[in-house]
Design a protein around this ligand. Sequence first.
Ligand code: GDP
Length: 197
Amino acid sequence: MIIKTATFVCSNTKVSALPPPKLPEYAFIGRSNVGKSSLINKLVNQHGLAKTSQRPGKTQLINHFLINEKWYIVDLPGYGYAKVSKTSREKWEKFIRNYLTKRESLQCVFVLIDGRLEPQKIDLEFCCWLGEWGLPFSLIFTKADKQSLTKTNQNVSLFKKALAEWFEEAPTTFITSADSGLGKDEVLNFIDHVNQD
Ligand code: GDP
C-alpha cells in the first residue's frame, strides 16, 4: 500500500468523544518505550506524526490518524510503566478496555513487543485478555535492527510457544525496525488486505 496522506485527527480521553466509527481502524499498543511512535511514523513516512520519546506513561490519550482518507491508525497509550500510580493505571485500564471492547470499527489490534526481550508476563497477559474478548490481534516485534535476526526469531518463537497454551491458532506476526524500515511493507499490506475483505 502506498501512503498518500496521513493526518492527525484528534486526541481523546473519552471513548464517547471519538470520531464516528465509519472507517476501519487499527490500534497500536504496547509497553511504554517499545517503539510505537517510531513505528507509526515509519509506516506513514512522516517523522513527527506520532510523538516519540514522550515521558513514558505520561500521555493517556487515544490518538486518531487518518490514512489515505480511508482508514485510521489509532495510537493507544503505552502500558506497563512502573512509575505511574495505581489509580492512574486503573484509569488507563478502564479507558483502554472500554475503547477496545466497544469500538465496532476496530479491525485489528497490533500488540507491539520489544524483540530483544524474552516473553514478558504483561504482554502475554494482555494478549490473553484480547483473546478472551475475541478481539483480533497481531504481534509486532520491534527494534529488530538492534540485534541479530536469529535472536529476534528466538524471542518470537518463545512468545508464540507461551501463547500456544491459550490459543489454538498462532497470531500473525511481524518483525519490524523503525530505523531500517524492515517489516513496514508487510504490516501495510496486511492492513490493505483486511480493508479489502
Ligand atoms: P514509544 O514510547 O513506544 O512510542 O517508543 P518511541 O517510539 O518513543 O521509542 C522509544 C525509543 O526507542 C526512542 O529512543 C527511539 O528512537 C527508539 N526506537 C524505537 N524504535 C526503534 C527501532 O526500530 N530501532 C532502534 N534502533 N531504535 C528504536
